[in-house]
Ligand binder design. Structure first.
Ligand SMILES: Nc1ncnc2c1ncn2[C@@H]1O[C@H](COP(=O)(O)OP(=O)(O)O)[C@@H](O)[C@H]1O
Ligand SMILES: [Mg+2]
Length: 319
């Protein structure tokens, strides 16, 4: 596929994917980079599953900006249908056209000698109403129509209804759609397709079969440190290591909502703002609400703060 896209940065190797994404600030694990590489080589969409805030959406954005491709995003929600995802008829334009046609009817039908001929002429106009001219392309169709290819992000597919998945199957396997009035529209250039899911519901087998599966969980400590380094300017190495160490301790607790990478980044920014150079008990206690989103989780974590801060500090020395 890469060879067909003269303008997009080609994927030379898994390492090239890693460094290309890193240049956009996205620190990919080997597993993520491999999935991106393979997806392009075998022209299959990637279905990215994992908890909120681990970089699923950002992965699609980073691929697009690295490769110089436009990103088209379809945000899924309950009730999302074909008219919002694929295409809609331009009703207002059709109405306007009807009005003009009505005014011109005499002129148009003037030449027709018989009723049959008049009907034939009207029929030709009917076809015009359901032609490309009157189609409003929505994200899926827009993606197929990009002459230079694009990254199509179908975000949070698990939020849409199960029936919506069937609409995607043809696009995901053949990069084309069939519209009854228009026929089959094939992609000008097959898009790079990323689907994401927070696993709020199980996805259908037909959809899964068409995709490479990639699970992104919470990153290992070293990787998360690199993510913080990439995203948070002006943070000391000591603080970076300690705060990531602390978060890894917090994640061992039984919480309603575990802090994700996005919370790690937010917390790191807050601590830098407070001019911290290393983790301290009071500062942690006062900023726990940046990390934990439920009062019950804050209460569950508070008794452990002293131990976790100490552990994080020790790790800094030996780690
Ligand atoms: N591997 C990563 N490298 C750089 N930034 C990351 C990484 N993973 C997550 N982030 C950052 O964390 C935040 C949440 O990422 P996002 O893609 O919105 O999460 P998700 O879509 O999984 O809920 C974003 O600000 C993103 O830039
Ligand atoms: Mg997201």
């Amino acid at each position: 596929m890469a060879d067909q896209r003269p303008s997009a940065t080609p994927l030379a190797s898994i390492e090239a994917v890693e460094s290309g994404l890193a240049a956009q600030g996205y620190i990919a694990s080997r597993q993520i980079a491999t999935a991106v590489y393979l997806s392009e080589k075998i022209a299959k969409p990637i279905l990215v599953e994992g908890p909120a805030g681990v970089g699923k959406t950002e992965l699609a954005k980073a691929i697009a900006s690295w490769r110089g491709l436009k990103m088209i995003r379809l945000q899924c929600y309950e009730g999302l249908d074909e008219a919002k995802a694929l295409y809609e008829w331009k009703y207002a334009k059709q109405l306007l056209y009807t009005q003009i046609l009505k005014d011109k009817l005499g002129e148009v039908l003037g030449g027709a000698q018989t009723l049959h001929a008049a009907l034939d002429q009207l029929h030709d106009f009917g076809d015009v109403f359901f032609s490309k001219e009157f189609v409003e392309p929505r994200p899926l169709l827009q993606a197929l129509e990009q002459p230079g290819g694009c990254v199509l992000l179908i975000d949070e597919i698990d939020k849409s209804d199960a029936e919506f998945e069937s609409l995607l199957l043809e696009i995901l396997s053949d990069f084309q759609v069939s519209i009854p009035e228009l026929g089959t529209i094939a992609a000008a250039m097959p898009p790079t397709v990323i689907l994401t899911s927070n696993s709020e519901r199980n996805l259908g087998d037909a959809l899964k079969r068409r995709c490479l599966h990639l699970h992104i969980g919470f990153p290992e400590q070293k990787l998360e440190e690199r993510i913080v380094e990439s995203r948070v300017a002006g943070i000391s190495q000591t603080l970076r290591r300690q705060l990531v160490g602390f978060i890894h301790e917090i994640r061992t607790l039984d919480l309603k909502k575990q802090p994700s990478v996005s919370e790690t980044i937010d917390w790191a920014r807050v601590l830098v703002l407070l001019e911290a150079t290393e983790l301290g008990h009071d500062m942690v206690r006062d900023t726990l609400n940046v990390l934990l989103k439920y009062e019950s989780d804050v209460e569950a974590a508070l008794p452990h703060v002293t131990t976790f801060v100490a552990k994080a500090a020790r790790q800094n020395v030996f780690g």
